[in-house]
Each structure stands twice: as C-alpha cells, then as structure tokens.
Design a protein around this ligand. Structure first.
Ligand SMILES: O=C1O[C@H](COP(=O)(O)O)[C@@H](O)[C@H](O)[C@H]1O
Length: 164
C-alpha cells in the first residue's frame, strides 16, 4: 500500500504555510483566517480575481465527502449560499468535528484551477450523481457548485469511478 503524502513531506517553506489558529473559537478562527488572507491579497502574495474581487488562488486541492460536500460546505447548508465572506465557520457540521472553518464558494470558485481528488468506493454513488447523467432535477450537490475561473479537473481512483 502506498504511504499517504503529507504537507510536511513536500518542499514548502514553513513560512508559506498559514495554519488555522485552533486556540480561538470557530468564529474567531474564521475571522482571523480571513484577516490573514486579506493581508496576503493586499500585499500581493495572493492575486485578486478581477472578475469577483475575491482572492484568486493558483490552485485549490479539494476532496469530497460521500455526501458530496467539499471543504466544509455541506449539502443543503445555508453556508453554501454565503456570498460576502471569504472564510466562514460552521458549528453544526454533519460530519465530525462539528465546529470547522471553511473557504466560501466565492473564494473557491475564484481560483484559477481546482483539482478535486476523490478516492474510495464509498464515494462511487455521489461521483455517479455528480458526473453521470442522473439526478438532473435534484438540487446540485456542493461538489457540483465547484466552478473555478480556469480549469476544474476531477482525479478519481478506480473505486470512486466504478459507477461511471
Ligand atoms: O470532512 C471533510 O471530508 C472531505 C473528504 O475527506 P476524505 O478524507 O474522505 O477525502 C474533505 O474533502 C473535506 O475537506 C473535509 O472537510
């Protein structure tokens, strides 16, 4: 079995990693992270999307849950409709931990590129729903709301793609 790749195994300067301050409440940590992001945009470290005014990451690497959630944006949750904040918090996540912070869809979708990486047979049904032809009349899942300014590429292992 291949070993998982962790962030600390790739050559990223520690100063380029911006960790969540988990000593704060979820709300405080989200505000703190948004302030950090604003500083990075104002100082030119991260570009700003001319189209949206939100930060424009070169690449966002997203996973997806078996319910179709991405980041901490869960199906049917009002946070999926957040249109002003850059970073927000959730106190009632249906998947543990209940308290999380997350980029909002405007930030996710202002990215130049997004890689959606999905592994495991437990996600095959939702991959089929998201990428197959069924379920056209259902409310879109969060994974179906991912729409970057540039390219979106899905990376699936065989098990996740088994129902396509
Ligand atoms: O809770 C989460 O789960 C999804 C899926 O995680 P995985 O370990 O099954 O790939 C993850 O993409 C998301 O960022 C996280 O909030």
């Amino acid at each position: 079995m291949k070993k998982p790749l962790h962030l600390w195994q790739v050559p990223i300067l520690p100063g380029n990693v911006y960790a969540i301050n988990d000593a704060l409440s979820a709300e405080g940590a989200a505000d703190d992270y948004e302030t950090c992001l604003k500083h990075l945009v104002n100082s030119g470290v991260i570009a700003k999307s001319e189209a949206s005014g939100f930060p424009k990451f070169d690449l966002q690497l997203l996973g997806m849950g078996p319910d179709g959630h991405v980041a901490s944006l869960f199906p049917g949750h009002p946070l999926c409709k957040e249109s002003k904040k850059w970073v927000t918090h959730i106190l009632d996540s249906p998947k543990p931990p209940p308290e999380r912070i997350t980029f909002t869809f405007p930030v996710i979708n202002s990215s130049a590129n997004i890689a959606l990486v999905v592994c495991g047979g437990g996600k095959a049904d939702v991959v089929q729903r998201a990428l197959g032809n069924s379920g056209k009349n259902e409310e879109p899942l969060p994974c179906q709301l991912v729409s970057p300014e540039g390219e979106l590429k899905w990376f699936l292992d065989k098990a996740a793609a088994s129902k396509l």
